[in-house]
Ligand binder design. Structure first.
Ligand code: HEM
Length: 328
């Protein structure tokens, strides 16, 4: 009898999971009945935010990445510090860098007004990342939904699990692998750097002393380095901003990969895709020559990244304010 019950539950679980061809336990139709306006609300506020400040699309896209790489896509990045929480906003990758939290607050307030305690903050980040890609000219995709929000944060996870701009290619590949993401995901997802900014402090080393021998990074075009140096001196100017893609900084396109071929990637972690291994270099060349394939792979990898360890069922909660866990 017990065996039969186990077999029945296993069969049910199998039929449920196989009903979701997009993989995992998430479902694009999750809010169809409980909050049919959800996707429209997110899209309209992302559209408005991008209209007021074009960089915001990039900032929102990055938030989903920094969320998913730390304990899964559970909105842990959105928690402010409190008695029980040390905010991930203070981590090395996020401090003075991660932004867009006010836009998330605005989206969440609109969702709470329409459908209280229904749409998770983690799903807001996943939808806002997709909508940010679309408003800047990139591909769209169907977003699997139903993530729940964490009851805590991990500043250690944020410091350790998010790749750093001076990491070597093997380290970066390992950090992606830890999330279940492969080399194709890595090269496609880094195409996000076709929009948005980086601070001087994120790439200064390349301009002056890449390997400790007092010489600039030889994989950076010397003419590009000369243009960057006045705004990013040896000391000072840490927070000065530069476009990650200096050719079409507000357009989601495949220019990022074309820049890499010219040795004009801004971050060391960008250029190593070309210089670090034949496999990643092959993908860089493919995407530089074929934007349609880049878009296809990017959309697929964003869904994959969005599926990293979501909280579902009875785990976690639906926060009513993305910055704090619910009291009761
Ligand atoms: C090897 C992996 C990655 C590294 C080392 C990396 C590193 C960085 C750094 C250092 C910045 C600039 C931060 C600053 O100076 O304030 C940045 C910006 C950005 N990153 Fe990444 N990143 C990686 C992967 C990704 C992925 C997977 C995505 C999205 C799916 C992404 C999206 C963005 C965007 C859109 C920006 C611009 C944000 C803005 O303008 O506010 N990055 N990244």
């Amino acid at each position: 009898m017990a065996m039969f019950a186990v077999a029945l539950v296993a069969a049910l679980l199998f039929s449920v999971s196989s009903a979701f061809p997009w993989g995992g336990q998430l479902d694009p139709h999750f809010y169809d009945h409980s909050c049919p306006q959800a996707q429209q609300i997110v899209a309209s506020i992302v559209g408005k935010a991008h209209y007021h400040e074009p960089r915001m699309a990039a900032s929102l896209l990055r938030l989903h990445f920094h969320d998913c790489f730390v304990k899964g896509c559970d909105a842990s990045i959105l928690l402010d510090s409190s008695a029980s929480v040390t905010s991930e906003k203070r981590s090395i990758p996020n401090k003075d860098s991660a932004r867009g939290f006010e836009v998330v607050d605005e989206i969440k307030a609109a969702l709470e007004a329409a459908c209280p305690r229904t749409v998770s903050c983690a799903d807001v980040l996943a939808l806002a990342a997709r909508d940010s890609t679309v408003v800047t000219g990139g591909p769209g995709w169907i977003v699997p939904l139903g993530r729940r929000d964490s009851l805590g944060a991990s500043i250690q996870g944020s410091n350790n699990d998010i790749p750093a701009p001076n990491n070597t290619l093997p380290t970066i590949i390992t950090k992606f692998k830890l999330q279940g993401l492969d080399i194709v995901d890595l090269v496609a997802l880094l195409g996000s750097h076709t929009i948005g900014n980086a601070r001087c402090t994120s790439f200064r080393q390349r301009l002056y002393n890449q390997t400790g021998n007092g010489l600039p990074d030889f994989t950076l075009d010397p003419a590009a380095a000369a243009i960057l140096r006045p705004g990013c001196p040896r000391s000072g100017g840490d927070q000065n901003l530069f476009f990650l893609d200096h050719v079409t900084p507000f357009k989601f396109d495949n220019q990022y990969y074309k820049n890499l071929l010219l040795r004009q990637g801004l971050l060391s972690s960008d250029e190593v895709l070309l210089t670090g291994s034949p496999a990643t270099a092959g993908l860089v060349k493919l995407y530089a020559s074929n934007q349609a394939i880049f878009f296809q792979h990017f959309a697929r990898s964003m869904v994959k990244m969005g599926n990293v360890s979501p909280l579902t069922g009875g785990k976690g909660e639906i926060r009513s304010n993305c910055r704090r866990i619910n009291r009761n």
